[in-house]
Ligand binder design. Structure first.
Ligand code: AMP
Ligand code: ZN
Length: 113
C-alpha cells in the first residue's frame, strides 16, 4: 500500500523516532507547529478516525496512554498540551493513516477551529 506513514513505520522513509512499541510508533512532525509536535500513529493501517470501530479501538486507548506518558517525558505535562486528530477534507487531513498530533511547549491558540 502506498501510505507515507506505513513506510515510516517500516523504516523505508526516515523519521525522528520518539517512541515505539508493538502497537504504536511516534515521531517528530516534519513541519512543527509548536516546540513539541509529535505524531503518534497505530502500526496497523487505519485511514483515519472514521476507521475506528469496536474491534480496533483498543489501539486508540493505547495511543492516549502513550500520549500522556510522552507528554510527561517531553516536559509539557505540567504546563499543558493538546492532542488532535484531523479527519477528512474539512479538518485538513493530508495523510490518510490515522494519527494524533501531540502539541505543546508554548501557549496554544485558545480557538480550536
Ligand atoms: P494532517 O494534516 O493532520 O493529516 O497531518 C499530517 C502531518 O504529517 C502534518 O503535520 C505534516 O507536517 C506531517 N508530515 C508529513 N510528512 C511527514 C514526514 N515525512 N515526517 C514527519 N511528519 C510528516
Ligand atoms: Zn498506512
Amino acid at each position: 500500500m502506498d501510505c507515507l506513514f506505513c513506510k515510516i513505520i517500516k523504516g523505508q522513509i526516515p523519521s525522528s523516532k520518539v517512541y515505539e512499541d508493538d502497537m504504536v510508533y511516534a515521531f517528530k512532525d516534519i513541519n512543527p507547529m509548536a516546540p513539541v509536535h509529535v505524531l503518534i500513529v497505530p502500526k496497523m493501517h487505519l485511514s483515519g478516525m472514521s476507521d475506528i470501530t469496536a474491534e480496533n479501538s483498543a489501539v486508540v486507548a493505547h495511543i492516549f496512554e502513550v500520549a500522556s506518558k510522552l507528554a510527561k517525558e517531553l516536559g509539557i505535562s505540567e504546563n499543558g498540551y493538546r492532542v488532535v486528530s484531523n479527519c477528512g477534507a474539512d479538518a485538513g487531513q493530508t495523510v490518510f493513516h490515522l494519527h494524533f498530533h501531540l502539541l505543546g511547549g508554548k501557549k496554544l491558540n485558545v480557538e480550536m477551529c
